[in-house]
Design a protein around this ligand. Structure first.
Ligand code: G3P
Length: 217
């Protein structure tokens, strides 16, 4: 089953989405922490994990392998639900290769923009490969095609790495990611709200209520 994550660090959004019964996990990054107004990555991540009781991704700040590995050791100790987000760079791949050998080495390889990056992330041992669909579209390319090609590559060779569609901008991205075979889709809260809404549902509900008033007084 495709899992639905929320792409936010805002606790109120996570609490609301969790109450809908549709939330499997959360992804954060430094920008989302900034939007949530907190620099306390540890406290906020632990609070998020307590709400969602599922996978929560928290990103390293270091750009060298040794620094990423050191941060990952700390981040992964915060909760059994935490995945450490490591960027898809040469230094990142070196770090993933090491972290993936740990018993708790749960890695979300982030900032993936091509099928070759997804392939290398999987080979290095990442549990998730996060493809930034919207940002690829922004560059005038087809973000979902990267998801489709990566899906085929992972399936061809049986890679044990989950494809995560990230940088989702609208509900059509969600539908396309589901059709492309993404294992996980992480959506901003605004997109989640739009996923449940239809004016036809509102009109239908108003009509049912009006008709019931007529018959029941
Ligand atoms: O999960 C990655 C995501 O936060 C990036 O989204 O909208 O900044 O491209 P965006």
């Amino acid at each position: 089953m495709a899992q639905l994550f929320l792409d936010t660090a805002k606790l109120e959004e996570i609490e609301e989405a969790a109450s809908w019964g549709a939330l499997d996990g959360v992804t954060t990054n430094p920008t989302l922490m900034m939007r949530a107004g907190t620099a306390d990555l540890k406290t906020n991540t632990i609070k998020i994990a307590a709400i969602v009781q599922g996978p929560v991704s928290a990103e390293v700040i270091s750009t060298d392998a040794a620094g990423m590995i050191s941060e990952a050791r700390d981040i992964l100790s915060w909760s059994e639900h935490v995945f450490v987000k490591i960027p898809c760079t040469v230094e990142g791949l070196k770090a993933i290769r090491e972290i993936a050998t740990w018993p708790n080495g749960r890695v979300n390889c982030t900032l993936i923009f091509s099928p070759t990056q997804a392939y290398l992330a999987a080979k290095a041992g990442a549990a998730y490969a996060s493809i930034f669909v919207g940002r690829i579209d922004d560059a005038g390319l087809d973000g979902m095609e990267v998801v489709r090609q990566s899906r085929e590559i992972f399936d061809n060779y049986g890679f044990d790495c989950q494809l995560l569609a990230a940088s989702i901008r609208h509900t059509a991205h969600v539908v396309d990611a589901l059709l492309a075979g993404a294992d996980i889709i992480t959506v901003p809260f605004g997109v989640l709200q739009k996923m449940v809404r239809s004016p036809f549902t509102d009109v239908g509900l108003a009509r049912f209520q009006a008709d019931w008033e007529k018959v029941a007084g």
